[in-house]
Design a protein around this ligand. Structure first.
Ligand code: GYE
Length: 306
């Protein structure tokens, strides 16, 4: 019998791929699910992940990217907290020959050669979906409908785009009026605080449009403390469809949620592998997502992954 000797070298002498990832922070349920997805899929793909949390500060992301360049990682991926101000550091990565993948959020750079691909949702479309539901709900309204808006992080792609898509669609009905709009930085605490201020300043709020579930959840606390019924006295629309948001929707406190899928890890690892294998990859990879009414949220909740 001629059995081969066990090799003294590990089966694969190939070096592990290293991926430097700079995350925005841990500001929301969406972000937590996104981080988990990236960490788990890196492990599953045997990719060595260098993960860095920027605590919602651009300067920390720039530092992290520079340190990834110094460490000569194979690929850099990051979710840019804001859209502007990345050209210099992206140029540094390019000069070092390290490919960059934008994950979740886009940059406003005029030079598309500074990154290989942008993987994430279409936030303008999400804003439109939110607006379409509202237009349909109030199609017979004869009186003005007063809307307050909780925006995401100032200057971030999802805040800019969700606002734009929503405004574009509600413009079809002049009764639909945004009477106040302010940032809640995508967090529950800020969502609550700003909603409190809105309630103080305006006695006649009909609708809240929150750019994410966490801000809507904070706002719900403020609305309840003011003795009003969320989802009834004030209709609520939000974006993300994370578990706590879906729970509130199933209880009728959020009326409509536009889904934004945080599970980008598998597609990111695939993109990283394809880049290193020198395969052609599209410049834009869009994630698939839907919407939920309260009824639909109740149905979907038991099998939800995030
Ligand atoms: O909607 C929000 C998070 O960039 C899509 O960031 C992401 C957004 C998400 O904080 O909850």
């Amino acid at each position: 019998q001629s059995q081969a000797q066990a090799p003294s070298q590990p089966a694969s002498a190939e070096k592990k791929i290293t991926l430097g990832f700079s995350q925005v922070g841990a500001e929301s349920g969406w972000r937590t699910a996104n981080t988990k997805s990236i960490q788990e899929s890196a492990a599953a793909a045997s990719i060595d992940l260098k993960f860095s949390d920027a605590q919602q500060k651009q300067e920390n992301q720039i530092k992290a990217i520079r340190s990834f360049i110094q460490q000569k990682v194979d690929v850099i991926a990051f979710s840019p907290v804001v859209e502007s101000g990345w050209d210099t550091v992206l140029k540094e990565a390019k000069d070092a020959g390290i490919p960059v993948v934008l994950t979740d959020r886009a940059v406003d750079s005029k030079d598309p050669s500074l990154y290989v691909t942008f993987l994430g949702s279409d936030f303008v479309e999400e804003g439109r979906k939110a607006g379409q539901w509202l237009v349909e709900q109030y199609k017979d309204a004869k009186d003005p409908v007063n809307i307050v808006e909780l925006q995401g992080t100032t200057g971030s792609a999802p805040a800019i785009d969700r606002k734009a898509g929503f405004e574009e669609v509600i413009a079809s009905n002049p009764n639909l009026k945004i009477i106040a709009s302010q940032t809640g930085d995508f967090t529950r605490a800020k969502g609550k605080e700003v909603m409190q201020a809105f309630l103080k300043a305006h006695k006649d709020i009909d609708v809240l449009y929150a750019h994410n579930d966490d801000m809507a959840l904070g706002a719900i606390q403020a609305i309840e403390s003011a003795g009003l019924k969320p989802g009834v006295d004030i209709k609520i629309i939000s974006v993300d469809a994370v578990r706590d948001g879906m729970q509130a929707a199933s209880e009728g406190k959020i009326n409509f949620i536009v889904e934004c899928n945080p599970l980008l890890g598998p597609q990111l690892m695939e993109a990283v592998q394809n880049i290193l294998d020198k395969k052609d990859i599209p410049k834009r990879i869009v994630t698939k997502e839907g919407t939920f009414t309260s009824e639909q949220a109740k149905e979907a909740l038991p099998t939800r992954q995030y």
